[in-house]
Design a protein around this ligand. Sequence first.
Ligand code: ME8
Length: 531
Amino acid sequence: MTQAPPYYLTTAIHYPNGEPHIGHAYEVIAADVLARFKRLDGYDVFFLTGTDEHGSKMQQTAEKLGISPMELATQNAERFRHMDEEVVGISEDRFIRTTDADHYAASQAIWTRMAEAGDIYLDTYAGWYSVRDERFFTEEETAVAEDGVRRAVETGTEVSWTEEESYFFRLSAYQDKLLELYRSQPEFAGPASRFNEVIRFVENGLEDLSISRTTMDWGIPVPESAGQESSTADHVMYVWVDALTNYLTGVGFPDTTSEAFTTWWPADVHIIGKDISRFHCIFWPAFLMSAGLELPQRVMIHGFLHNRGEKMSKSVGNVVAPAEWIAEYGLDAVRFFLMREFPFGQDGSYSHEAVVGRKNADLANNLGNLAQRSLSMIVKNCDGAIPQPGEFTAEDEAILEQASGLLEVSRAAYEKQDFHRALERTWFVLGETNAYFAEQQPWVLRKTDPERMATVLYVTAEVLRRVALLSQPVMPVSASKLLDALGQPEDGDAGASSASGAGARSFVAFDEPLAVGTPIAKPEPVFPRHE
Ligand code: ME8
């Protein structure tokens, strides 16, 4: 038996300084969809997500609440974990917290490697720091607004003047190496439009990066390392150094000979939002090059989810809690909406009408109705089993061919995290099948030509089987129910901590024709209309 190829994917780790919102849910759902797809397609998947618990933002929020940063982190990390596992049903293999003991060891080890490479030096930092963004800005990157407050032009967040002794990372030395990486690996980041922004930024030159703080202490202590002058006693790591390192900790670093590390590193894809692309496409590969570690295959930069086209914000009062949404529309409908409505690399918008539109048109009508009508006919008129089809006509062949092409189309789309395209094509084929079903009128054939009716029902059930197989990553529970109704045996991996409770069917059987005689259960409505 050949071994399953490994596949390692990660999400950004989220700041647990508040409640998770639908933007966080969007990111973990997308990663979960990809993880499930790869598992069903025969990969040995490791899926990492978690919380980013250090830094000034966490410290300041905790101070306001009168609790310790660790208490704040623990309280809210649990909320994030609950959202992931119980609310949106993701199937992660590890939920990492950057306060985990093994993460301290990993962060200190990567620091030591960078110091030993001669890339870390001590100097004084003077510049503008945004706690909200946890990053530094140069004077030119900030402006004083009408209200007298200085803000970062790019992100609109307040900055404050910071002057302190700091360790620096020689980022400037990596400009050419990074540009060479981008040239030699054109899929290193996607989508192309966002990758191009990163490339242009690097082409304009890079400054060294301040990577430690002395004015706050909620972070991982900087280790004493060879090649580093002066004492590190008061320095904690800049939060992004430790945050990015979580991707290594998750697979066993610093033990580079461990089974986890040798199996899964380098990561196949880091899934992140557009506001943190520079950290992932510039800092992260530079740190790894310095530390002598392999680089991830790809960084996928997704867009932002807006409420009716407006940025979600607490002050506007338009932030939606994932649980509220799911209570209203159902988990699978929400997952489907988020993946189908707009391309993953672009910004998108949600509204009540848009979700209900997708739920009713795509799920209840196109998929649910077709399944209900065709499977009920099989139960009633074909002794409750998939009938023997007669010779296929050109129309039958055309539909079957389109459905059998869906796996390759989906694989290609998932390779680029283009979930939208995979679903668009799948629902196009469903639309064609609905038109076919209406044209063939099997309910009329029942009396005039029962043999032909059997063929039409066979073809329709075969399309439904293939669509249901490919829908599992997006809608694990509903697709599983449909596959139950179609009498398909469970042989797939739904993921270790999968909260969906749904059985899974691997894609192994995708290309084998639907077996004649497969018992068909009386179908329960799987995709209800939203009234
Ligand atoms: O940036 N729509 O954490 P974070 C879509 N800790 N995605 C959104 C979003 C929205 N409205 N709002 C936020 C951090 N996100 C760091 C990451 S990784 C080593 C460290 C995305 O909690 C955002 O782009 O502010 C990011 O990918 C993720 O949610 C976590 O954001």
